[in-house]
Design a protein around this ligand. Structure first.
Ligand code: NAD
Length: 460
């Protein structure tokens, strides 16, 4: 990568520049004293909530960033009928050539290739044979690619997170509303089997009213972060100059669906704290030769970041980020309601007064969810679960996500998530950074929906 777009720093200027950006309360101020405007006015803004795609029989997809993730999602798209891959872009020509071969091997015409540097996606998006641009670039490019695609009249889906600052979030909301193009964040974990199962249980009232949830990205990335290829080329950088929860959406996206966020509720404010940094320093000490330029780096991101989010309707969410300590993979993925509990990793549940087949009360024990699968498996998994497991990455959820996107476009349905979800689920990074830097003060979420969350109800 030869050039990076500037990552917005979280200066006071940034926070105040856009009316309605995060409210940072002065030390000791009462949270109940909001500033006059939490929602920027945008003359003529019309919501993109519930706006259907214009139906297309064949969906023409372009991919920007054909690294590990881009080529993996390419495989999902190639496995779905009525999808054509018309253009590919990466700054490394060999990666595009390799991806293009997979397209032609699948029996499709050769896609157009864009390899002329960091901004060549700006040429790609101007083509008239593209309906949807998907981008799996490093994080700093998600927002620039999404803005360029919408400006050129294309719907766009980015990898996670959609943005790295609140300023970028608002730019995306404004552009989506102005161009009437969707900006989706392709949060595959929303489509995982357990997440969809639990969402179905919740919507059918099994756990009563949900009051509390836990969401996380707990993944030991130390070895990957120090590699001299792929994510090792860019993903360590924020550990040197940013703080907070860099990767909130894998856990938070599904929880937002559980809690009906933007369907009568929304994230209100967040508090956050981080541990000291140890993990990357210790890993470097043990594994990296002393003459490596990596020894010039200073790691400022704490190993474990823990945030609490309160919703407007009084629910709370524990949100954790931990990628630099030894640990098994975990997204926590749990909910607590007025009638019971679900906990994942491994998936278990408890319902008050639950009885076995003979009518005997089980007592206060967590039981495996297997007995509930027949009743609560989500219709998408019932319909295409077997093919998803056979063809798709990450246990099938990636295929389900891609299939569902294409289904929504082909049938002219609204997408399952929109620019407001993308920005609200990504906002915990800059918000947690502000809270951490200021002694864990509460920081308000902007209302990216401009009030639309109160009346919107539809959803998967
Ligand atoms: N949803 C998931 O489960 C999941 C899994 C892995 C990665 N990701 C996300 O996918 C994204 C990509 O991750 P990855 O693992 O594929 O990383 P990667 O480094 O393997 O791939 C990134 C690709 O983008 C290319 N690139 C860089 N700048 C570019 C530009 N300006 N224009 C076009 N191409 C450019 C790189 O050459 C590289 O091929 C990240 O946002 C990551 O967080 C998501």
């Amino acid at each position: 990568m030869t050039e990076r777009p500037a990552e917005a720093s979280l200066s006071r200027r940034d926070l105040l520049k856009i009316a309605g950006a995060a409210l940072v309360l002065p030390q000791g101020a009462a949270l109940a004293a909001p500033p006059p405007r939490l929602t920027p006015t945008h003359a003529g803004a019309t919501s993109m909530m519930g706006v259907p795609f214009e139906p297309k029989d064949t969906v023409r997809v372009a991919i920007v960033g054909t690294g590990l993730r881009g080529s993996s999602v390419l495989r999902e798209f190639l496995a779905i009928d009525n999808v054509r891959i018309t253009a590919l872009c990466d700054i490394v020509p060999e990666k595009v050539t390799r991806a293009a071969k997979r397209v032609t091997d699948a029996g499709q015409p050769a896609p157009a290739m864009f390899t002329a540097g960091d901004h060549d996606f700006e040429q790609l998006v101007t083509r008239d044979d593209i309906d949807f641009v998907y981008t799996a670039t490093p994080w700093p490019w998600h927002t620039p690619v999404a803005l360029a695609a919408m400006k050129a009249g294309k719907h766009v889906g980015t990898e996670v997170p959609v943005a790295m600052s609140l300023e970028q979030c608002w730019e995306l909301v404004d552009m989506s509303e102005k161009t009437r193009r969707h900006c989706l964040m392709m949060e595959n974990c929303c489509y995982d089997f357990n997440e969809m199962l639990v969402n179905t249980m919740i919507k059918q009232g099994l756990f009563g009213e949900i009051l509390y949830a836990e969401a996380a990205y707990i993944h030991d990335l130390r070895a990957l972060l120090f590699e001299d290829r792929d994510e090792g080329l860019w993903r360590r950088i924020p550990h040197t100059n940013r703080q907070g929860n860099f990767y909130p959406t894998h856990g938070l996206g599904p929880v937002a669906w559980y809690l009906d966020i933007h369907k009568g509720d929304r994230f209100d404010y967040l508090v956050s704290m981080s541990t000291a940094e140890r993990g990357l320093s210790l890993w470097r000490e043990a594994n990296i030769p002393k003459d490596s330029p990596k020894w010039k780096e200073t790691y400022v991101e704490g190993d474990i970041n823990t945030s609490f989010i309160k919703t407007t309707n009084g629910k709370t969410i524990l949100l954790t980020h931990a990628v630099t300590t030894p640990t098994p993979y975990d997204r926590l993925n749990s909910v607590r309601g007025t009638k019971g509990v679900f906990k994942d990793y491994p998936a278990r549940f408890y319902i008050e007064g639950q009885r076995d087949a003979n009518g005997k009360v089980y007592g206060e024990s967590l039981r495996p969810i297997d007995e509930l699968k027949a009743q609560y498996t989500h219709p998408l998994w019932q319909r295409i679960g077997e093919i998803a497991k056979a063809k798709g990455g990450h246990g099938g959820m990636d295929y389900i996500m891609a299939f569902r996107l294409i289904e929504c476009i082909r049938q002219g349905l609204p997408p399952d998530f929109d620019v407001y979800d993308a920005t609200a689920w990504s906002a915990p990074w800059p918000l947690s950074e502000t809270s951490v830097k200021r002694g864990s003060i509460p920081v308000k979420f902007p209302d990216f929906t401009r009030g639309g969350w109160q009346n919107h109800r539809a959803g998967i």
